[in-house]
Write a protein that binds this ligand. Structure first.
Ligand SMILES: [Zn+2]
Length: 210
């Protein structure tokens, strides 16, 4: 666990999100998408070792202790490709919340692949609650990604999904959670992206005017 500025504790898999964190469990979707930082040019999924460790920490692909080979290197290149493609898909889904283009079949193809390989299961627990699984942590990446889709579905049902947005700075596009009363937040961070964009637009207008 990592302490944050406001005294809350963040799970270690979300420590790259410094501000505007979504509530749990939607935070997991945000943290997954924000493993790619376009502004800094860093990507947790750029290196197999770092990606494997992050996916295990987040419970999206935890090596099965009964099958020690299954979760390690076997097939990881394919899993890593699917993780990157599914991340782009979910990023595009979030983009719809800020009114970007309708999703194209290509945007959805990685998620279709997940659904082709893993199916949700309905369970009734001893507590009498009806749940859709698989639950996280998952041993197979496809089950982990399916778990993310179920979190998205629940967030769409309770309305919190609409507050998960992409930063309005086209060079950034960081996923952030808009807690503002007006729900009109547009920047991951006003001091960086907000002002940067404002200044750029101002310069452009001045250049046009001049
Ligand atoms: Zn930004």
């Amino acid at each position: 666990m990592t302490a944050t500025l406001n005294g809350m504790t963040l799970p270690s898999w979300a420590c790259h999100i410094e501000d505007k964190q979504a509530p749990m469990p939607l935070l997991l979707v945000q943290a997954f998408v924000d493993t790619l930082d376009r502004d800094l040019g860093t990507d947790i999924f750029a290196h197999a070792g770092e990606a494997r460790a992050w996916l295990a920490d987040a419970g999206l692909r935890v090596p099965d202790p009964d099958r020690p080979d299954a979760g390690l290197d076997a097939g990881f290149a394919d899993d890593l490709r699917l993780a990157r493609e599914a991340r782009a898909s979910i990023h595009a889904l979030i983009g719809r919340n800020t009114g970007s283009e309708p999703l194209a079949p290509d945007d959805l193809a990685p998620l279709e692949q997940v659904l082709g390989q893993a199916q949700p299961r309905l369970d009734v627990g001893a507590d009498g609650r009806v749940r859709l699984g698989p639950d996280l942590p998952a041993h197979a990446l496809t089950d982990g990604l399916l778990g993310l889709l179920l979190i998205i579905r629940d967030a769409q049902a309770d309305g919190s999904w609409d507050r998960l947005k992409l930063c309005g700075n086209p060079d950034c596009r960081w996923a952030f959670y808009d807690r503002s009363h007006s729900r009109r937040g547009a920047w991951c961070d006003m001091a960086t992206c907000g002002n940067r964009l404002k200044n750029r637009n101002l310069r452009a207008r001045r250049a046009q005017a001049g």
